[in-house]
Design a binder for this molecule. Structure first.
Ligand SMILES: C[S@@+](CC[C@H](N)C(=O)[O-])C[C@H]1O[C@@H](n2cnc3c(N)ncnc32)[C@H](O)[C@@H]1O
Length: 222
């Protein structure tokens, strides 16, 4: 069973110290959000509407807002992250509508967005197929959804390489992050095959999926 309707997220919630730790550590690697914002930018035109699903501290949406004239919204289940993202957008001087909501019940009308982006969060959703159907529902005809996340079944050596070479962590921090990746993040994430099985079960008909060392990038079209 892939769906668990009793809880909206898998794993620990991010309302407490985990959320603060996550926001602080990911902000140190802001260039990763800028890189992903630039990937998304290629699919957008000025004036387009964008939804970031599960934006956490909001860094991707904020970086995207700096790159063009878009109407960006963000929906996250964690109140702490919604407030943090609103605060971060204010400090950055950009206008993003961050609000509380569940990926399984996105608080927007049908056909509201040209693009939905979801980064490092799809594996956290308790109801992944329903989340995919919700993404499709809020997309305008011809609109695209992009899901960027870690993948399951990554060998330990590749996790270690990613944490030290790509993320640049050293010493004790590197040890903690490697442990977290092995025991939490990668365990929650889906293999390419599992992800494609969710897509097949969903209302989406096309999916262009690319695999990296420890992640996947999937483009879906309404
Ligand atoms: C690992 S964080 C990623 C945050 C951000 N996308 C990033 O790249 O830094 C996972 C996020 O998913 C959110 N989340 C988990 N389940 C959710 C759900 N059902 N609906 C909306 N957000 C959810 C969490 O609150 C958290 O912000």
């Amino acid at each position: 069973m892939s769906e668990n309707p009793t809880k909206s997220y898998k794993g620990p919630g991010m309302n407490g110290v985990i959320g603060t730790w996550y926001a602080k550590n990911t902000q140190k690697k802001i260039e990763k959000y800028t890189r992903d914002a630039k990937k998304v930018l290629k699919a957008l035109s000025d004036g387009d509407t964008v939804l970031e699903l599960a934006p956490g501290p909001g860094y991707l949406s904020i970086e995207l807002a700096k790159l063009g004239d878009f109407q960006i919204s963000g929906v996250d289940i964690s109140d702490k992250f919604v407030h943090m993202a609103q605060n971060n957008a204010g400090k950055a001087g950009v206008d993003v509508d961050f609000r509380h909501g569940d990926a399984a019940q996105i608080p927007f009308d049908d056909e509201s967005f040209n693009l939905v982006v979801c980064r490092a969060a799809f594996k956290n959703f308790a109801q992944p197929v329903i989340a995919l159907n919700e993404m499709k529902r809020v997309l305008k005809p011809g609109g695209k959804a992009v899901i960027i996340d870690f993948k399951g079944d990554v060998p330990k050596a590749d996790i270690n390489k990613f944490v030290t070479d790509d993320m640049g962590f050293k010493g004790l921090n590197a040890m903690i992050i490697k442990w977290m990746f092995r025991n939490v993040v990668i365990k929650q994430a889906y293999t390419k095959e599992k992800f494609m099985a969710f897509v097949k079960e969903s209302n989406f008909e096309t999916c262009d999926l690319k695999e990296g060392l420890i992640g996947i990038e999937a483009w879906l079209e309404r």
